[in-house]
Design a protein around this ligand. Sequence first.
Ligand code: URA
Length: 433
Amino acid sequence: MNIIDIILKKRDGNKLSNQEIAFFVKGVTDGSLPDYQISAFLMAAFLKDMDTEETACLTMEMARSGCMFDFSEIKGFKADKHSTGGVADTTTLVLAPLVASTGVPVIKMSGRGLGFSGGTIDKLESIPGFNVNVTEEEAIAFAKQSNIVLMSQTDNLTPADKKLYALRDVTGTVDSIPLIAGSIMSKKIAAGADGIVLDVKCGSGAFMQTLDSAKTLATIMVDMGRHVGRKVTAVISGMDQPLGMNIGNSLEVIEAIEVLKGNVSGDLLDVSLTLGAHMLLLAERVNTVSEGKDLLQSHIKNGMGLAKFHELLVQQGGNPEIINNYSLLPLAKCKELVCCQKDGYLNHMDTALIGRASLETGAGRAFKEQPLDFGAGIIMKKRLGDFIKKGEPLAEIYASTDVQCASAADYLQQAITIGEDKQPLPPLILEII
Ligand code: URA
């Protein structure tokens, strides 16, 4: 078998056999395929698509590309969650400690930023000392002790995804249903959780821009998970504006802490509670979603969620003082205020462009090895539907240089549409599958 023939076959829109997909994944995993041929394959798959059978084969080959984790010695139903990627999507940092504080173990392997979307691992690494590189043995020991582990994908878990994820990020091949489904479900299947809640983002700041494509992606992933014996729920949630107000690594950590302190309500809290409640439902910790939301809310009020976050920081070497002293987190030195250019209603945000603006600040990557500026990012000041006066602040930008600030400000201005008549607000939770 020859990789050039496989690339040509997909480039010409033909269906690949299981053997051809297995050959490709093996070559990615053992390093025998160079990045340029992998990238060519990814672009062919992106442009010509893969059917359900090819996607299922890709997923399982990727899941088997490394070892499968076995967390059976941890008592209880292990719940996991994964987002397809959005902007200011900080739900993991909110819901993981909340869910774990109710007694349901959360062992979550997270990823780095991808395209315009942020990644939990990058956010955690902005916390001084926090160690995301946890081995399987350490994860088991941590989970037994605290019920919570937030860790990077280990080298031996789905190494094929690790390689493909990094290449997709910089080759314009992220927003493909088979590639996203394969990437997410291979990791979730290999990571060994009993139940998985998938947050499938839909809207201008998501890889799936329409409800139809979000449903297709959600259905494929749910079917694949159930097929291999996992309990899976997909929540399709709106991404027509940044979910939280802070975009960027340390800035998002601060917002998550504020939510856990009970100081912030709004979309980030609502989506976190919905996803967390579905995790509790899968774990049979509660009988209904609304019971789950109430339980999680009560753990914000009584401080148990925040205490669990503190425990997580201590366990993984992060400085717990950040909870009460945000100046211990990095913050980029240059700041620029972006102001509204006319009176009117904030009717539309091109959220991917806002994510792009955050990359300009240095909060995300433009190439694979690019180091991040953990203190860079954007604080949004307005939400869809707000009436804004000319000259009022829309956002605050933080970066290391004024040039970066100015470039991010340009993107932000382009991303915002102000109109005279208020438009209806898009729904936050669109569908549960
Ligand atoms: N999250 C992943 O892990 N993979 C993708 O492809 C998209 C989001």
